[in-house]
Design a protein around this ligand. Structure first.
Ligand code: NAI
Ligand code: MG
Length: 348
């Protein structure tokens, strides 16, 4: 098949890890007879430096016209003056809004060798396979903000439509997996959470084969560490999802490993590792490329509908970890390029 993929290397280690993922996608295309075209565009701090805006119009147009978008990371100390008018994160939030990607998927699968580096006991981690579905375009991040010298406020607002559409995605993923859905809220204190829970209960009638349970977010934060293997699909709103998915990444052994996919009603999905631009290791050939390569596998699965190719790439990542070919974040001595070469060799 033919596919146009926009690459947004971004800032910091972004260019290093996206280059690795593009090499892997090229290898997959060659092995399976596909024609993938790649076009690089600016987003984040690098776009601010040259264009004066974090999301240039040319980037926006290219992403809307693409089949899928693969992003490295944005941000860094150079652009983090709190008084700055333009900030790299605006590029990311703007892109998510432009693409209408309301469901952020973060699969948390624990690889046995890498998980040995997790602070949790190995027996707790055995069999962990969670799919987080985080609402991405609503809630407190997008609500009205106010500021006076004495006080500040951030409004948390959710419409029924916003809640329904992300819950439906989560139920559908649960149907295709182990048919258990955990909906996370704070319904004992927050009105948006009460609406969320009522909506979940109502929608559940459409998915009688899925077992729905509710957890309060504070208790979920504990359960993720004490009983992570008990969960299948976990769905939650934007802020709770941001925090819980970072917590869950710890189970994997390194922030450099988990991938993410952001999907909406439109055809264009946005794929990125969950880590940031890692300014402390930029340019040292030390960045773990596997989170971005795993994000490329999700791109094959969800945007291009190439399940066999996605599985082949995931198997190559897993085999690389099995062989102990680790970057320094996992306690190894291999470089970004050496790990990438190992994945490419597995793909042969
Ligand atoms: P970070 O994820 O960039 O780094 C946290 C720690 O993890 C650092 O020690 C870093 O070296 C390490 N790390 C991250 N990714 C790694 C990888 N692939 N391989 C090896 N080690 C890795 O988070 P931090 O330091 O809080 O933020 C740095 C910058 O990134 C900030 O400007 C922040 O705003 C931005 N950021 C961007 C995100 C995005 O573009 N989606 C997400 C999170 C942060
Ligand atoms: Mg976060």
């Amino acid at each position: 098949m033919k596919a146009n993929i926009v690459i947004l290397p971004g800032d910091g280690i972004g260019p290093e890890v996206t280059a690795a993922a593009v090499e892997c996608l090229r290898a997959v295309a060659k092995n399976h007879g596909h024609d993938f075209q790649f076009a690089e565009h600016l987003l984040g701090g690098c776009a601010i430096d040259t264009e004066g805006t974090a999301l240039p119009e040319s980037t926006r147009a290219a992403c809307l016209a693409a089949d899928a978008v693969l992003l490295g990371a944005v941000g860094g100390p150079k652009w983090s003056d709190p008084k700055a008018k333009v900030r790299p994160e605006q590029g990311l939030l703007g892109l998510r809004a432009t693409l209408g990607v309301f469901a952020n998927l973060r699969p948390i699968k624990v690889h046995a060798r890498a998980a040995a580096l997790s602070p949790l006991k190995p027996e707790r981690l055995a069999g962990v396979d969670i799919l987080f579905v985080r609402e991405l375009t609503g809630g407190v991040y997008f609500g009205e903000k106010t500021r006076t010298p004495e006080a500040a406020s951030d409004l948390c607002r959710y419409s029924v439509i916003e809640i329904e559409r992300v819950l439906r995605r989560a139920f559908e993923f649960a149907q295709a997996r182990r048919r258990k859905l955990t909906s996370v809220d704070k319904a004992n204190v927050m009105e948006t959470s009460r609406l969320w829970r009522e909506t979940a209960v109502r929608i559940a009638a459409e998915y009688p084969d899925v077992k729905l349970e509710h957890q309060l977010v504070d208790s979920m934060a504990m359960l993720l560490l004490t009983r992570p293997a008990d969960y299948d699909v976990i769905v939650t709103e934007n802020l709770f999802g941001d925090i819980l998915t970072d917590e869950a990444a710890v189970l994997c052994g390194s922030l450099g490993l988990p991938p993410s996919a952001s999907l909406g009603a439109g055809k264009v999905g946005l794929y990125e590792p969950i880590h940031g631009s890692a300014p402390d290791i930029v340019g040292q050939n030390k960045a773990n490329p596997l989170g971005t390569i795993a994000s490329a596998a999700l791109l094959l699965r969800y945007s291009l509908n190439l399940e066999a190719e996605a599985q082949a790439l995931e198997a190559a990542i897993s085999a690389t970890l099995d062989a102990g070919i680790f970057t320094p974040d996992l306690g190894g001595t291999y470089s970004t390029q050496q790990v990438t070469a190992a994945v490419l060799e597995q793909l042969q």
